[in-house]
Design a protein around this ligand. Structure first.
Ligand code: FAD
Length: 491
């Protein structure tokens, strides 16, 4: 059997392990932390359960596919529920909009609340679908750095319709052409933040994202987001994958331009193939210090990070849903601060996730578990301690104003996640949530490839490499990597 070492048990590392184990490889996963999942974590505090990282699941079929690949029925191991309301949006003028999963219902809601003609949403979503169908087979599901990707029929189709990728205008400019209401433009501009980007800079190609939510659906996994990790680790173990925790890989050993071994807790272990699921910048800096680094790729602007307050709340708010957004009154200014100044605007957009709305056991009776998040810049020279205090006050003021309730008096338990903790606990360079940002039209081509051209037998998966961050894309990176590894064996 060919042996494979995977460095890191983020979602992409686990998925790559399952794919390769199901194809007969002997797979070992080394994880520096004490448990699996990387940014996908869960914790309990004072009777509340929190998903500490991702809260929104789209494309669950990519998880199902892993079970099917191993000859198992995914519904026995991993179940999820489709959301009827994807998100509730709250604006400073008191208007709230429910983004219903049913496009007809949602378009009527937009018309009633903002006067936006109903056909505008339906046209937008069909354009979003067409863009996804055109781009996904080439730009998301294949390596962009292998010749055969460009020889496929799908690639030719995409190249003959390059103008449809909409890469030469920003998402915001595109949305202004599709919608007349400033509120609806802001709602669809927000999708740039799904990969940590700025709608006023990111290309309109990101218009593909709403297709995932409105046409394919947004979901809540039974047991919470961490159940994605739990069920996949179980599956991997059933397929014979060995997981080692508290196993920090210190070096990838290279001989004659071939990756031959990893050094873990001062012990060298030989492998035929090595896959890094660690952030690619830190893989080079920490594990390959003596090798040539692709500086141009590694110096690409990082995506934004997050500041999260996990609040145990002793009250219930019927006007809230699973996903809620409290928009900034000045979205442009918010992104000027985030992207250009690398600071946070005093009136930030607040995302509030309450999993207890789907799973009552996540909070004590009569209470709610609030995952309260704002976008913040990746780590630069900010004074995080001072910023966190100021932002906590600003968030509480905003939520109290819009919910007409003194929120600070409802908090009975609190934990905080900031960019420095994200970097320290997952080795994500500058605390970025999604690797490099998509704030320029060439970003897709400037992510690191899923293999090394300098070092044989070395591969990369996860949010910091092609095709990018977020659970669905990480799962696709695992698929690309496992195909590359198997292709190399067959050559
Ligand atoms: P990571 O999660 O980055 O994990 C890498 C793993 O490698 C870690 O476990 C780390 O300990 C390990 N490691 C690193 N170095 C070493 C080493 N030297 N030796 C051994 N192990 C090592 N995505 C969504 O799709 N939807 C969301 O709603 C969403 N919201 C988010 C909210 C927050 C607060 C955060 C933090 C992220 C969010 N994301 C969301 C992004 C998503 O979580 C990530 O894109 C994805 O989980 C990254 O997975 P990954 O495979 O790149 O690995």
């Amino acid at each position: 059997k060919m042996s494979v070492a995977i460095i890191g048990s983020g979602i992409a590392g686990i998925a790559a392990a399952i794919r390769l184990a199901s194809s007969g490889y002997e797979v070992t996963v080394f994880e520096a932390a004490e448990s699996a999942g990387g940014k996908i974590k869960e914790f309990r505090s004072d009777g509340y359960r929190f998903d500490a990282g991702p809260s929104l699941l789209t494309l669950p079929v990519l998880v199902d596919e892993l079970f099917t690949l191993c000859g198992k029925d995914s519904s026995v191991y991993f179940r999820y529920q489709k959301l009827d309301t994807i998100c509730k949006y709250f604006f400073e003028d008191g208007i709230s909009i429910a983004a219903f999963a049913d496009p007809q219902k949602f378009s009527k809601e937009l018309f009633q609340k903002t006067g936006e003609p109903v056909e505008h949403l339906l046209t937008y979503l069909s354009e979003s679908k067409a863009l996804y169908d055109l781009t996904a087979p080439v730009f998301l599901e294949r390596s962009l750095h292998r010749l055969n990707t460009y020889l496929s029929t799908n690639a030719w189709k995409a190249f003959f319709q390059l103008y449809k990728l909409d890469a030469f205008q920003t998402l915001h400019d595109r949305n202004r052409k599709n919608f007349q209401s400033e509120k609806v433009v802001q709602l669809f501009d927000r999708y740039a933040t799904y990969n940590g980007s700025d709608p006023y800079l990111a290309p309109a190609t990101l218009k593909v994202i709403p297709h995932l939510e409105y046409n394919l659906g947004a979901y809540f996994p039974e047991g919470g987001m961490y159940n994605i990790v739990r069920s996949l680790v179980n599956l991997a173990e059933e397929m014979g994958v060995s997981f080692y925790y508290n196993a920090n890989v210190e070096r990838i050993l290279v001989k004659n331009k071939k990756a031959i071994a990893v050094s873990v807790n001062k012990k060298e272990i030989a492998f035929d193939t090595i896959i890094s699921n660690m952030d690619v910048v830190n893989t080079y800096r920490k594990l390959l210090p003596g090798e040539k680094h692709p500086h141009n790729i590694l110096s690409q602007e990082r995506s934004s990070s997050a500041l999260v307050f996990y609040w145990g709340i002793n009250k219930q708010f019927p006007q809230l849903d699973l996903h809620n957004i409290f928009f900034s009154a000045d979205y442009k200014k918010e992104f000027d601060f985030l992207t250009r100044k690398k600071e946070v605007y005093s009136d930030p957009t607040v995302y509030l996730n309450i999993s207890a709305k789907m799973q009552a056991s996540d909070a004590p009776s009569g209470g709610e578990n609030w995952f309260t998040m704002i976008n913040v810049p990746h780590i630069g020279d900010q004074n995080w301690k001072a910023m966190i205090n100021e932002l906590r006050t600003a968030i509480l003021k905003k939520l109290s104003r819009l919910l007409k309730e003194d929120i600070s008096s409802c908090i009975v338990s609190e934990s905080i996640l900031d960019p420095q903790t994200i970097e320290a606990t997952t080795s994500s360079y500058q605390g970025a949530l999604y690797g490099s940002s998509s704030n320029n039209r060439f970003a897709a081509f400037l992510r690191h490839k899923n293999f090394s051209s300098q070092i044989k037998n070395l591969y990369f998966c996860g949010g910091s490499v092609h095709p990018g961050g977020g659970i669905p894309l990480c799962l696709l990176s695992a698929k690309i990597v496992s195909e590359l590894v198997q292709g190399a064996k067959n050559n």
